[in-house]
Structure formats: structure tokens, C-alpha cells
Design a binder for this molecule. Structure first.
Ligand code: HH2
Length: 269
């Protein structure tokens, strides 16, 4: 049992910022998920709608068509990893859960579709609630905060309370500061510096820095060259209390976190 968990990203979209259009078929996506689990992913996160800055919304029917066969295919392999669906839509989540998903990763934290909380409660699922300022289409246009860390923390506390009020046991909720979602470079860095304040809420913190543009800004590298920068953010995030790492490059991050974890006391403090 590692003291951290890796959530491997499988985007079945034509337009995701780093891996859009990677798979020629559903079988290809399923094979990729199997590889991520072999490399150390405890969760695989299947997404059928890009949330990159400027992305256009995808109709639910199309998103469902992209996601469900892949969830089904992964579930049929019996890999032992949990299957997460990265969606903000009730009907997509419902179909993915029927196909074998047990985790809902909602970048709107149940604000887009409040009934999604009811599905998670009813079916005893896990969920990740993420902070985002605005919506993907416009979120990178001049985002502003009083204090980014306090604002994100207050938001996550409020959404956690809403989830619990909807009947989801606190133990099934994970929280994510939403790196890159309505944040400048400086906002992202401040959140990473003070991640311990988010971890202090008391729920596992999910960190999604993988290949994101702030790493490109710091290193000058395009998406394919951001693995080393990604590992650095995960290792430091782990030391500051993050426990779940949503990444594309599972093997590299698993190595980095295994070494980092060995240098810290078992409880990570
Ligand atoms: N980031 C992305 C998508 N979903 N979910 C959580 N919980 N945290 C994140 O940071 C996060 C997320 C964006 O990354 P990606 O899936 O690679 O790209 P796209 O949205 O373009 O598909």
C-alpha cells in the first residue's frame, strides 16, 4: 500500500490539450488504461469532454458515446483499479456508473448539475470536488482573487458541506484546488506553495498539474516535454499534503512519489 494514489488520465476526446485524439478506437483507450494500471495507477479517470481553456461544451449524448464503451472495456478487464468518470453531467455519470465506474470526478463540484450529488450518495460512490473560477470557455480571462488560497479553501469547504448535506459520507469526498482552472501562473504557484492549507480541511487532496501550461511557462517546453516539471510538482505537492495525483505520465510520477515517500515519515508529516 503506497501512501499516495495515482489517478491515470485517459481522455477520449478529439481536443484535450495534451492527449486529445490519441486513440484510434475504444480498444486503444482500454489498452492505454491497462498500461496505466500496470505502471501504478490506482484509479483511471475517463474523460469525454475537454475542459482546457476555451473548450466548447460537448452534448451529453456525444460525451456518453465516447465514455461508456471505454468504461465497459476497462471494467471487463477486472484490473483492480477504480474507474473514475470525469464529467459534470448527471446522465453521463449515470451511464458510466452502470458500465462500472465507482468514482465521479466533477470539475464543477456539483454546481453544473446539483443532482449529480444525489447519484453519488445513492450509489455509494467516491467523488472529487474541484475548484474552478468561471467556466472553461472564459476562465483564463483575467482571473482575480482576494487571496487565492483562502478563496479556494473556503469554496472547497462549502462544496464539501453541500456534498455531505446531499447524503455523501465525508469519507467518500476528495478535494482538488483546480490547478489551471481560472488561475494565473502566480495563482497556481501560490496554491502549490501553500497546499498544506488545503490539506488542512481534512480530506484527501487531489492534485492535477500534469503537463499543464504553467509548467510550460516555467520550463519553455511543449506538452510532451513537461514530464519532469510534472514530477517536481507532484513530489512537492506530496510533501505538502496532496495524496492523489491526476497525471498522464504514470510511470514517471510513480517513481518520483515512491522515492519521495520513502524519505518522509509514514504519515507524510
Ligand atoms: N484537469 C483537467 C481535467 N480534469 N480533474 C481534476 N480533478 N483535476 C484537474 O486538475 C483536472 C481534472 C484538465 O486536464 P486534461 O484532462 O489533461 O485536459 P482536457 O481537459 O483538455 O481534457
Amino acid at each position: 500500500m503506497t501512501p499516495f494514489e495515482i489517478m491515470g488520465v485517459v481522455n477520449v476526446t478529439p481536443d484535450s490539450f495534451s492527449d486529445g485524439g490519441t486513440f484510434d478506437s475504444d480498444d486503444d483507450a482500454v489498452r492505454h488504461a491497462r498500461r496505466l494500471v500496470e505502471e501504478g495507477a490506482a484509479i483511471v479517470d475517463i474523460g469525454g469532454e475537454s475542459t482546457r481553456p476555451g473548450a466548447a461544451p460537448v452534448p451529453a449524448e456525444e460525451e456518453r458515446r465516447r465514455v461508456v464503451p471505454v468504461v465497459e472495456g476497462i471494467a471487463a478487464l477486472g484490473l483492480g483499479a477504480r474507474i473514475s468518470v470525469d464529467t459534470m453531467k448527471l446522465e453521463v455519470a449515470r451511464a458510466a456508473v452502470a458500465a462500472g465506474a465507482t468514482y465521479v470526478n466533477d470539475v464543477t463540484a456539483f454546481r453544473h448539475d446539483p443532482e449529480l450529488a444525489g447519484l453519488v450518495a445513492e450509489r455509494g460512490l467516491e467523488c472529487c470536488l474541484m475548484h474552478m473560477l468561471g467556466e472553461p470557455r472564459t476562465m483564463q480571462r483575467d482571473p482575480r482573487y482576494d487571496d487565492v488560497v483562502s478563496d479556494v479553501k473556503a469554496f472547497l469547504e462549502e462544496r464539501l458541506a453541500a456534498a455531505v448535506a446531499a447524503g455523501i459520507p465525508e469519507e467518500r469526498v476528495q478535494l482538488d484546488p483546480g490547478i489551471g482552472f481560472g488561475k494565473t501562473l502566480e495563482h497556481n504557484l501560490e496554491l502549490l506553495r501553500r497546499l498544506g492549507e488545503i490539506a488542512a480541511i481534512g480530506r484527501p487532496v487531489v492534485l492535477g498539474t500534469s503537463r499543464k501550461s504553467f509548467i510550460g511557462r516555467l520550463t519553455g517546453r511543449d506538452v510532451a516535454g513537461r514530464v519532469h516539471g510534472t514530477v517536481a510538482t507532484c513530489v512537492l505537492g506530496y510533501e505538502r499534503g496532496a495524496r492523489v495525483f491526476r497525471v498522464h505520465d504514470v510511470a514517471a510520477v510513480h517513481d518520483g512519489l515512491s522515492v519521495a515517500a520513502a524519505t518522509l515519515p509514514p504519515d507524510g508529516s
